[in-house]
Design a protein around this ligand. Structure first.
Ligand code: NAD
Length: 495
């Protein structure tokens, strides 16, 4: 699909990407309509992608249903071997995967290699191991019988994923779903669908049978409902915005389909007066610039104790302008472009709103200027805004870009109230040297994951997910397999 040089001392090159087709029943399938995939670091078209219709969705679900019985009956140990081969192939072809994902998403190559590609390999290894142990249990009941439970796959899973972590978030559905014996129809985000196609080819190469994984590219507004309402779909696994997630949940409700929802976030990061300031500022910057702020579990709201407020603001004003922003294909880049023009427009809207709401911009606030290849990219400067009222939409809503608001608090109770004071509840964090406070506050924060004295500590073994408007259900960990299996009790009379 691509070629790229990415050796020590060599700057990786943008790939040449072939036009994308649908992947249905193990075959590449053409569509009448297509749409462009744009490289957000240049603003130029990278390639074109097949634009699926409802009929294509129907064909993909049909292929997944046809493949289900065979894959579900395949011994877990054999499924495990296939998934492990996927992990090996991901590592072997990391250069190619990094090139495609970085060009499509604008993701810095260093981040993409260390985080995205490595996490995908680790997820396949992790669920490969769990695929071997999906056992039921024997139960003792007072009826003369042999009673036991079986864990069975659900059927066809509709996996719908967002634009910001295409590889990682599709894998967090596909790997556990396949490990448990389900088949999948994956619909990646229209902005960033290329790595889904690359992975479909790679899974086939690893031995995933035809029809077990199908990929339909296209627009959610055009094919989303065809997938959500399809009678052949047994389960919906959705990651994306809260607005679309609400829609998916209501449609799933009509069809009485189990659904997991990984939705938006707006995490608070609390710096208590007993924090290590240098560590806290480093973590605060990481939390809001990671993945160019397009991170559902990013930390865009910094809450700082009165005693440290001026010190932390001064440290941010000094450090943030030095965060390397630029060409994602430069290995030194930490912050690339926004993944699309509309995403940049959204960030700029919030920065303007911050000015209107009386916010004080202490770093960034505009666009960086570049020459050469990336002159037309969708860049924004990492931006820090102080002194906004808590009621500002800039504080309350999800910006999803490299923007940090900083608020002050007087007491632990006030910090917790501010942290819990938005509709979201995906992640949260705190900085403290007081162990008792770490446990006490972690327990009070309304979030699916809480980090203490660092940010974004994630692992396939550790479940994450939301509360409140951030959704429900858990991905990662053995917990993820619970949402891709159902338990059946079998009771054999011994009377
Ligand atoms: P989005 O909701 O716009 O799109 C997500 C997916 O839903 C895309 O594939 C899209 O095509 C599809 N879609 C759109 N309309 C649909 C419909 N009517 N029916 C079915 N599918 C439809 O989200 P986005 O802009 O791609 O992603 C950003 C959002 O995702 C942010 O809110 C972010 O916080 C969230 N997110 C959450 C997590 C998490 O784990 N909780 C992870 C990453 C991103």
């Amino acid at each position: 699909m691509t070629a790229v040089e990415d050796r020590p001392g060599t700057r990786p090159r943008r790939p040449d990407v072939e036009p994308g087709q649908l992947f249905i029943g193990g075959r590449w399938t053409e569509t009448a309509a297509r749409f462009d995939a744009v490289d957000p670091s240049t603003g130029k078209t990278l390639t074109s992608v097949a634009r699926a219709s409802a009929a294509d969705v129907d064909a993909a679900v049909g292929a997944a249903r046809a493949a289900f019985d065979g894959w579900a009956a395949t011994p877990g140990r054999q499924r495990a071997r296939v998934l492990h081969r996927v992990a090996d192939l991901v590592r072997a072809r990391a250069d190619e995967i990094v090139a495609v994902e970085s060009a499509d998403v604008g993701k810095p190559v260093s981040l993409c290699r260390a985080v995205d590609v490595e996490t995908v390999a680790e997820q396949y290894e992790y669920y490969s191991a769990l695929a071997q142990g999906l056992d039921g249990a024997t139960r003792q009941i007072p009826i003369p019988s042999h009673a036991y439970t079986r864990r069975e796959p659900l059927g066809v899973v509709a996996a719908i994923t967002p634009f910001n972590f295409p590889l990682v978030l599709s894998t967090s559905k596909i790997a556990p779903a396949l490990a448990a014996g389900n088949t999948v129809v994956h619909k990646p985000a229209e902005d960033t669908s290329l790595s889904a196609l690359l992975m479909a080819g790679l899974l086939a190469e690893a031995g995933v049978p035809d029809g077990v994984l199908n990929v339909v590219t296209g627009f959610g507004s055009e094919i989303g409902d065809a997938l959500l309402t399809h009678p052949g779909v047994a389960k919906i696994a959705f990651t994306g915005s809260t607005a679309v997630g609400r829609h998916a949940a209501s449609v799933a409700g009509q069809g009485l389909k189990p659904v997991t929802l990984e939705l938006g976030g707006n995490a608070a990061h609390i710096v208590f007066e007993d924090a290590d300031v240098e560590q806290a500022v480093g973590a605060a910057i990481k939390a809001f610039v990671f993945n160019t702020g397009q991170f559902c579990m990013g930390g865009p709201r910094l809450l700082v104790a009165d005693a440290l407020y001026d010190t932390v603001l001064a440290a941010l004003a000094e450090a943030v302008p030095h965060v390397p922003v630029g060409d994602p294909f430069d290995p030194a880049t930490v912050v690339g472009p926004m993944a699309g023009e509309r995403h940049r427009a959204k960030v700029e809207h919030y920065v303007e709103q911050a000015r209107a709401d009386g916010g004080r911009i202490i770093a960034g606030g505009g666009r960086p200027a570049f020459d050469g290849d990336v002159a037309g990219g969708f860049f924004v400067q990492p931006t820090v805004i102080a002194d906004l009222p808590d009621s500002s939409s800039v504080v309350q809503e999800e910006i999803f870009g490299p923007v940090l608001t900083v608020q002050r608090f007087a007491t632990e109770d006030e910090a917790v109230a501010l942290a819990n004071g938005t509709p979201y509840g995906l992640a949260a964090g705190l900085q403290t040297t007081n162990l008792a406070r770490a446990h006490r506050v972690a327990a009070r924060l309304q979030a699916g994951i809480v980090w203490v004295n660092d940010w974004a500590m994630l692992d396939p073994a550790l479940p994450f997910g939301g509360v409140k408007d951030s959704g429900f259900g858990r991905e990662y960990g053995p917990e993820s397999l619970d949402s891709y299996t159902r338990t059946k009790s079998v009771v054999i009379s011994l009377a």
